[in-house]
Design a protein around this ligand. Structure first.
Ligand SMILES: [Zn+2]
Length: 160
């Protein structure tokens, strides 16, 4: 009894993305919007850091944190767009399984399926920012609270 497995030595992954072309277009447009948002944000933060208008170290250090978070997110977004272009988008590189559409829609720049991401987080040894969305999210929440473009002279939110 022999089953012939077509192992040619060349990995031939099926198109990993599990949604329709329209889903993929929607995700791409979402990613493109995120990219331009982050580019604007980085421009504003860079301008702010060049001329902070304050000696308040706390404001400057928040701006630095935000800038590094925005840089990470932008890199993740651009990497996701590249994966769409090279058709590897939607497959977890660790286990090869397709990432569920609902997860991609919630987190279009995610690279991993949920179990692999959780495994990565539990080893706590992965430098990839994509595996640590939590810390980035905190910084992004600060942006939401403070708004874009201007740092308030008043006290920042107490809780960070
Ligand atoms: Zn996986």
């Amino acid at each position: 009894m022999t089953t012939t497995l077509h192992r040619t030595g060349e990995p031939s992954p099926p198109a990993p993305f599990c949604g329709t072309d329209a889903d993929l277009r929607a995700l791409r447009s979402d990613l493109e919007q995120q990219r331009s948002f982050r580019i604007d944000q980085l421009r504003q933060l860079t301008r702010l850091l060049q001329d902070p208008g304050t000696d308040d170290d706390a404001h400057i250090s928040v701006a630095l944190t935000l800038r590094s978070a925005a840089t990470s997110v932008l890199a993740d977004v651009e990497a996701a767009l590249r994966r769409i272009d090279d058709r590897s988008f939607g497959a977890c590189p660790a286990c090869g399984t397709p990432i569920p559409l609902s997860r991609l829609q919630a987190l279009p720049m995610t690279r991993w399926c949920r179990p692999c991401q959780q495994a990565n987080e539990s080893t706590a040894d992965v430098p990839d920012t994509a595996t640590h969305p939590g810390s980035v999210q905190v910084a992004l929440d600060i942006v939401e609270v403070w708004g874009q473009g201007s740092f308030p002279a008043s006290d920042p939110p107490a809780n960070w």
